[in-house]
Design a protein around this ligand. Structure first.
Ligand code: NDP
Length: 452
């Protein structure tokens, strides 16, 4: 059969969303190409979720060693960290995953170009100096860390560099109050680095439930992180190897490393979008409709580059919706309302649905159930950590609107709660569920007294 186009689908960007879209389209018999100029697997696999979680594990050992004493273990002296072993083992694991991604793409039947691709026109993509025609182009180019302009910006690093540091710093300043700042502050502190978190606002993770985020802050403080709220960096200067970080209060922090975790911007520069009708917002992200169509009928976009919800599982779900829309029966949907999410802070945070504040804006009879208790590990292990759990319920319908947890295994536990909230479970159904004992999770089905 003579083809009108070289490809049915040309995907630019082999991150979580792009690869899922490419594989699904290929499995439906479509002729697919994927171009990736950097690393296979995108931010999540290379400089995001995966290596971050490995570092979180690494940073938790000192506390576990300490707790183990109460269980009879005696390590004599605290073992020391070899940063290079951690970093290099992490890199080996990432390279293994890159290989798996390569196999996944190639075995799907898609053509893989390990090069930068640019859009030459609504149906044309240029890669390696050759222009290919494609019926549909998918832009899944993700995002890139954003660092604001200030004096000494060149001395700041971003999350990208954190995974490849030559040496672990002794003192670090982390700037920002979002996911990445909070997670890296916990990692650095756990690895033994004196860590200062500087945030321009009054509280961390401001879009989440206030009571929960206050608990995270309290827990981080107890573990040793120093907080500087309502503070901005005025300048960073370098003096014989170390950095002087001057805050707007005039306070100067000396550090070996300044990490800026001040958000991420869509990767849309020099992509050739000017050769299409694609519309971008001021921050560079691409405007799409509910089926990820841009203003150009042949160009689609999804994942971080559309700046809706910058989470890997969301990009993957978006890819499944798009491919089903283009080549299937269109029955797959995405609901952005109840997306479970976790911040791998220390203590860990998991959340699904509405915060107490957001529920109170939308509903008149909001019932709040809270449970706070000491994790069982600490009965013998010591330590002052408390687990905090909260259910936000609509008193009129008994629907559970939100489910939040700060404490060990919060991500694992909230994933299950996410199913319940998505399914529209009521508080009565939570109460009718038999708990698993002894566990922290059972508290979610035994919260009987309404606190507010
Ligand atoms: P976030 O948007 O979460 O946070 C950015 C932070 O930087 C905010 O506290 C913001 O402050 C602050 N900020 C922005 N601009 C400036 C500025 N000019 N000066 C000082 N501070 C500034 O972005 P992150 O970089 O932390 O993470 C990006 C995204 O990646 C997250 O939103 C999340 O979706 C995803 N991610 C998910 C993870 C997970 O699932 N566990 C882990 C890591 C990232 P303000 O609030 O005042 O605007």
């Amino acid at each position: 059969m003579l083809r009108k186009y070289d490809y049915d689908l040309f995907v630019i960007g082999a991150g979580s969303g792009g690869v899922r879209a490419a594989r699904m389209a290929a499995s439906k018999g479509k002729k697919v190409a994927v171009a990736e100029e950097r690393y296979l697997g995108g931010t999540c696999v290379n400089v995001g979720c995966v290596p971050k979680k490995l570092f979180v594990y690494a940073s938790q050992f000192p506390e576990l060693y300490k707790a183990s004493e109460g269980f009879g273990w005696n390590f004599k002296t605290m073992p020391s960290l070899d940063w290079k072993i951690l970093r290099n083992n992490k890199t080996k694991e990432i390279e293994r995953l890159n290989g798996i991604y390569q196999d996944l793409i190639e075995h799907s039947g898609a053509d893989l170009f390990n090069s930068r691709a640019t859009i030459a026109g609504p149906n044309n993509v240029t890669v390696n100096k050759t222009t290919y025609s494609a019926e549909t182009i998918l832009v899944a180019t993700g995002g890139w860390p954003f660092v604001p302009d200030f004096q000494g910006k060149e001395f700041a690093v971003t999350s990208n560099e954190m995974f490849y540091l030559e040496e672990l710093p002794k003192k670090a300043v982390v700037v920002g109050g979002g996911y990445i700042a909070v997670e890296f502050a916990g990692i650095l502190n756990g690895l033994g680095v004196e860590t200062h978190l500087v945030y321009r606002g009054p509280r961390l993770l401001k879009s989440f439930d206030k009571e929960m985020t206050n608990k995270i802050c309290e827990g981080m403080q107890r573990k040793g992180v120093h907080f500087h709220f309502n503070s901005e960096i005025r300048r960073i200067t370098k003096t014989s190897g170390s950095l002087n970080v001057t805050l707007d209060s005039g306070c100067v922090l000396d550090a070996d490393l300044a990490l800026y975790a001040t958000g991420r911007k869509a990767n849309t520069e020099a992509l050739g979008l000017e050769n299409t009708a694609v519309v971008r917002r001021e921050n560079g992200s691409i405007v799409v409709d509910s089926f990820f169509a841009t203003a150009d009928p042949n160009v689609y976009a999804l994942g971080d580059v559309i700046d809706r919800v910058q989470l890997t599982p969301v990009a993957i779900q978006e890819a499944m919706v798009l491919i089903d829309h283009l080549y299937g029966d269109g029955a797959t949907t995405i609901n952005y309302d109840n997306i479970p999410t976790a911040v791998f802070s220390q203590p860990e945070f998991g959340s699904v649905g509405l915060s107490e504040e957001k529920a109170s804006e939308r509903y008149t009879d909001v019932q709040i159930f809270v449970s706070e208790f000491r994790p069982m590990l600490q009965t013998l292990g010591g330590g002052g950590e408390r687990i905090l759990m909260k259910l936000v319920v609509d008193g009129e319908t008994d629907l559970v609107l939100g489910c939040h947890m700060v404490g060990e295994h919060a991500a694992e536990i909230i994933q299950g709660m996410g199913i319940a909230v998505t399914a529209g479970a009521t508080k009565a159904q939570f109460d009718a569920t038999v708990g698993i004992h002894p566990s922290a999770a059972e508290e979610f089905v035994t919260m009987r007294s309404q606190v507010r």
